[in-house]
Design a protein around this ligand. Sequence first.
Ligand SMILES: Nc1ncnc2c1ncn2[C@@H]1O[C@H](COP(=O)(O)OP(=O)(O)O)[C@@H](O)[C@H]1O
Ligand SMILES: [Mg+2]
Length: 258
Amino acid sequence: MSEQALLQVQALCKDFGGLRAVNQISFNVHEGQIKALIGPNGAGKTTIFNLLTGVLPADHGSASFAGRQLLRLPSHRIASLGIGRTFQTSLLFDQMTVLENVMVGHHLRGSADMIASALRLPRVAVEERQHREAAMSALEQSSLSEIAQWPAAALPIGQRRLVEVARALASEPKLLLMDEPAAGLNMRETDQMGELIQRVRDGGVTVLLVEHDMSLVMGICDEILVLDHGERLAEGTPREIRSNEDVLAAYLGQEADD
Ligand SMILES: Nc1ncnc2c1ncn2[C@@H]1O[C@H](COP(=O)(O)OP(=O)(O)O)[C@@H](O)[C@H]1O
Ligand SMILES: [Mg+2]
């Protein structure tokens, strides 16, 4: 892989008071990859997503996406450059339908749209149709078209998680950051999520995946970066990571703590 990486992260650092949550983390994500970011609880995985999406300011380091510097941009600019995200905890609007929830994802792409709709400008009707079309296409890609009109409150957890991915896809990202998409899912639902993530990648979206389910990670990822207490522990292919002694020790340590 000699071409420039889609996402290049260098020496990223973040402190919370006396705690160094992210310590000099560098990695690349190449276009078309599914790359995993794994590590025990508290390793700094979600914090890295928060730094890359402008939710939190970084203390040091740099990150570039398709050649653009990210770290000083506000969240909505980062989203409009083509970085989408799903969250560790489920965040659907229960009172809205699946379709409406996914339309929010497309809405979030451009903040000018939000201002226009607040002012009820005439192009709102056109934009409403665009949101709907983008959302329907994301639902189709996620095999969820049949439940488009269901209220989100009626969905079992497995489908909620898939709808959250569809909502992120509706923002038409080039890179999708996924924070524990299989958390709380049973084996069958986890398999469905794995298939969706691979379909997303096959559809041209690069994926950076935080996930605890090791069979999912090992089954679908091209490359894995392992963190522990904010530090880089290892990086390599699933086969390399599986047999890495530092990684095994970090995970066994976590089980002993629990
Ligand atoms: N906003 C915050 N304020 C203070 N501490 C935080 C904040 N976010 C995360 N942390 C701490 O930073 C460390 C890394 O957290 P996090 O990135 O959520 O880990 P992971 O996602 O790998 O489980 C943890 O010790 C956590 O308690
Ligand atoms: Mg986390």
